[in-house]
Design a binder for this molecule. Structure first.
Ligand SMILES: C[S@@+](CC[C@H](N)C(=O)[O-])C[C@H]1O[C@@H](n2cnc3c(N)ncnc32)[C@H](O)[C@@H]1O
Length: 333
C-alpha cells in the first residue's frame, strides 16, 4: 500500500483511483462493509456529478472497467449496490463520444482534495513519433521529491528539459513557489499539450507569445513554454532567457542512446552560462548500459553528480519497486 493511501477511508481511496485512472485496486471485507448505500451515493457525487469530472472526463473505457469492477466487488460480497452505479455503468456503455486518444487524469496532491492537478494526455507511449504525450513514472517520482523539498525551488528560475505534457513543471510552479518555471520540449504537439495543461491548471492567466516562446503570468505564477531541441546547434543563442536559470530539471529524459550526448551538451552549455546551476534528473532505469553511458558522459564533461533518496510515495503515487535514479548534477568545482 502506498504511503499516501495510509489511513484514507475507502471512499477517498476510490475517488483517488478514479481521478488517477488506477484500476488495480483491491477492496477488502472492511472496505466493502464501509461502502454502505450512503457512502456509494457520496462516491457517485464525487466521480459522476462532480463539476471537474464533467468538464474534464476520465477515459470512457477506464470508467467502464472501474464501474464494472466496483459493482462486481460489491455483488460478490453480497453488499447492496446503489441503483445509480448500475445506471452510471449503462450511461458509460452508451457513451460512444470518447475517441480514446486523449484522456484527463486528476492528481490529488497529498490527501488534500482541494489540491488537484488535471492533465490532458494520451495513454499511448508514442504518438506522432514522440514519447511526450503522456506522463511517465519518473515524473511522479521527481514531483514527489520536489514537493518534499519545496524550499529548493523557492524564488528560483527553473528550466525543464523534455517536459512532455507538463505535469512536473506545473506541479512545481503551483506548489513550490519558483520565481519562474519554463517548460521546454522539441515537438510541436507536445508544446501545444503543455500550453493546454497550463491553461487548465492556471485559468485566467495573461498569455503572450513571442517567437517560439509562450508566457503565462498572473499575480502569483509565471510559467513559460519554449521549443528547445537538444540536437540543435546554438541552442544557447536561440534561448530567449533574461538570465540563466538557477535550476534545471528533467524527468525520464535519459532513455535514448542517440540523445545522451546532445542532452549532456545542452546541460554543459547551461552550466557554462552559470556554473552554479543545480540540475535534478529523475530516471527509470530500463537499460543499465544506457544509464551508465549517461553517467560516463557526465564524467567526461567534468560534471559531478550524486544520488538523492526518495524511497516511497509521499504526496503523489509512483511505483517504488521500479529501478530508478534521482540525480543531482553540478559542475565540478
Ligand atoms: C519519456 S518522455 C518524458 C516526458 C516527461 N518529462 C515525463 O516524464 O512525463 C521524453 C521527453 O523528451 C522529449 N525529447 C525527446 N527528444 C528530445 C530532443 N531532442 N530535444 C528536446 N526534447 C526531447 C520528448 O518530446 C518527450 O517529451
Amino acid at each position: 500500500m502506498l504511503n499516501t493511501q495510509d489511513g484514507l477511508d475507502v471512499y477517498k481511496r476510490l475517488v483517488r483511483y478514479y481521478y488517477n485512472g488506477f484500476l488495480n485496486f483491491v477492496l477488502n471485507d472492511e472496505d466493502i462493509s464501509a461502502l454502505t448505500w450512503s457512502k456509494q451515493q457520496e462516491l457517485l457525487q464525487s466521480i459522476v456529478h462532480c463539476s471537474l469530472i464533467k468538464k474534464y472526463p476520465v477515459n470512457n473505457e477506464f470508467s467502464r472497467l472501474y464501474f464494472k469492477k466496483l459493482i462486481s466487488c460489491l455483488e460478490k460480497a453480497g453488499q447492496e449496490v446503489h441503483d445509480e452505479l448500475y445506471i452510471g455503468l449503462c450511461n458509460i456503455m452508451n457513451n460512444t463520444s470518447d475517441d480514446n486518444l486523449f484522456r484527463y487524469r486528476h492528481h490529488i496532491i497529498g490527501n488534500d482534495f482541494n489540491n488537484i492537478i488535471t492533465i490532458k494526455e494520451t495513454k499511448n507511449m508514442v504518438v506522432n513519433g514522440t514519447t511526450g504525450m503522456k506522463t511517465w513514472e519518473a515524473a511522479f517520482m521527481l514531483v514527489d521529491w520536489a514537493l518534499c523539498n519545496q524550499g529548493v525551488f523557492r524564488d528560483k528560475t527553473v528550466f525543464e528539459l523534455g517536459s512532455g505534457v507538463g505535469f512536473t513543471g506545473i506541479v512545481i510552479s503551483k506548489f513550490c513557489k519558483p520565481r519562474e518555471m519554463i517548460l521546454s520540449d522539441c515537438h510541436d504537439d507536445v508544446l501545444k499539450m503543455i500550453s493546454d495543461n497550463i491553461e487548465i491548471n492556471f485559468p485566467n492567466m495573461t498569455v503572450k507569445e513571442v517567437n517560439n516562446c509562450k508566457s503565462f503570468v498572473n499575480e502569483k505564477h509565471c510559467l513559460g513554454t519554449m521549443n528547445l531541441d537538444w540536437n540543435n546547434d546554438n541552442n544557447m543563442e536561440n534561448i530567449a532567457l533574461k538570465k540563466p536559470p538557477d535550476i534545471i530539471i528533467g524527468a525520464d529524459i535519459v532513455y535514448d542512446p542517440s540523445l545522451l550526448l546532445p542532452l549532456c551538451n545542452v546541460i554543459q552549455d547551461f552550466l557554462q552560462s552559470n556554473n552554479n546551476i543545480e540540475i535534478y534528473i529523475a530516471s527509470v532505469i530500463r537499460n543499465e548500459a544506457t544509464f551508465e553511458t549517461f553517467l560516463s558522459i557526465l564524467d567526461t564533461k567534468g560534471l559531478t553528480y550524486h544520488k538523492l533518496q526518495q524511497e516511497e510515495s509521499v504526496f503523489v503515487e509512483w511505483d517504488n519497486t521500479i529501478q530508478r535514479c534521482l540525480l543531482k548534477i553540478k559542475m565540478l568545482s
